[in-house]
Write a protein that binds this ligand. Structure first.
Ligand SMILES: Cc1ncc(COP(=O)(O)O)c(C=O)c1O
Length: 345
């Protein structure tokens, strides 16, 4: 096996791991600092094992009538997904996703001793409801991952696909909405499908739209009985008092934390339009990144950009590269560098 290892090179323009490249606004940072300082006074004691205040904060933020009994959180959505797999996968079991999809799903699955099963997508990376249901029925997995929208392709996923997949399996269905806040405003979340679906899980993260990747906070919503099962596998006190304080404070400022989303979406759309004008083929994206094809030799283009101080991602899809939308200046630097590299297939 190979560990997760996106390069962490100290380049001036880092657009390779789909972070939010806008820092936390100063007024919010000040309030977060105050909350951390308060929490520090009691840091000789273990933190609230049930992270009650934080779960209430997430329930309020998500809406849809959710209560804290339906919320779980951990150190990044990677750990949230790991908890789901530790509870519902394991030796002799299987987890399934439509490839290409988020690279951590197979790694997390195999680390529990379970096997990973890869389904297929159409050539534009979309997934259609009846085909998806047929593939899932055939594979009969214990856990299904539906990345909505999908990383590394950016592809949206219809709620009809989620409903069809749910009905085609007895397993746990995880809808990973890590990038949901970058989708068009009027789009419905899979959270609306939670009532009467006790095997459905919707995971989110503060790492992307919330500009909180370094704090490591992810969360999910599901039926309270499923949440109870996650308590069996979490480490005691897995969310530190400082993390809980920081995340709760950030949630109190959700509108401010999220105010760069529109700007990021504008830069993302600018990337799609410009790479297309340069002769590449961007894929439809509802995320904060763009996957574009038509790259004659991804490794050479990646290196040429690197040499110009711009770090993007070669995700291993032939003739494709992926770039995160940056600030306006970062995006301009990337687009200028790509134009100067200039070789499409
Ligand atoms: C689809 C998807 N899910 C989950 C994650 C994990 O994010 P985190 O652990 O920072 O919450 C990522 C990170 O890039 C992602 O792309």
């Amino acid at each position: 096996m190979t560990p997760y290892g996106a390069p962490q090179a100290p380049l001036p323009i880092a657009l390779n791991v789909n972070e939010n490249t806008h820092p936390v606004p100063q007024d919010v940072a000040d309030d977060i600092m105050d909350s951390i300082a308060l929490a520090l006074r009691d840091v000789n004691r273990y933190p609230d094992r049930e992270f009650t205040a934080l779960r209430e904060g997430f329930a309020d933020y998500l809406g849809h009538g959710l209560t804290r009994e339906q919320i779980w959180a951990a150190n990044g959505s990677n750990e949230v997904l790991q908890h789901v797999l530790q509870a519902f996968a394991g030796p002799g079991r299987t987890a399934f996703g439509f490839a290409p999809t988020y690279s951590m799903y197979p790694l997390l699955t195999r680390a529990t001793g379970a096997s990973w099963l890869a389904g297929t997508r159409a050539s534009d990376y979309s997934v259609d409801a009846s085909d998806a249901a047929a593939q899932v029925a055939d594979a009969a997995p214990d856990v299904v991952f539906l990345c909505a929208p999908n990383n590394p392709t950016g592809t949206p996923l219809g709620l009809d696909v989620i409903e069809a997949v749910y009905d085609a399996t007895d397993g746990v269905v995880v809808v990973d909405e890590a990038y949901f806040e970058f989708a068009p405003r009027d789009e419905r979340s899979a959270l609306t499908l939670l009532p009467n679906r006790e095997r459905l899980v919707v995971s989110r993260t503060m790492s992307k739209a919330f500009a909180f990747a370094g704090a490591r906070v992810g969360y999910l919503a599901a039926d309270p009985t499923l949440i109870d099962a996650l308590r069996l596998v979490r480490l005691p006190y897995h969310l530190s008092a400082l993390t809980q304080a920081a995340a709760s404070a950030a949630l109190r400022h959700a509108p401010t934390m999220l105010r760069m989303v529109d700007e990021i979406v504008a830069q993302r759309d600018r990337i799609s339009a410009t790479v297309e004008a340069l002769g590449y083929t961007p894929h439809e994206t509802w995320t904060n990144f763009v996957l574009f094809g038509g790259v004659a030799d991804p490794a050479t283009t990646w290196q040429a950009l690197y040499d110009r101080g711009v770090l993007i991602r070669d995700v291993g899809i032939p003739n494709h590269l992926r770039v995160t939308a940056g600030t306006e200046e970062e995006t301009t630097a990337f687009l200028d560098a790509l134009a100067s590299v200039g070789s499409t297939s």
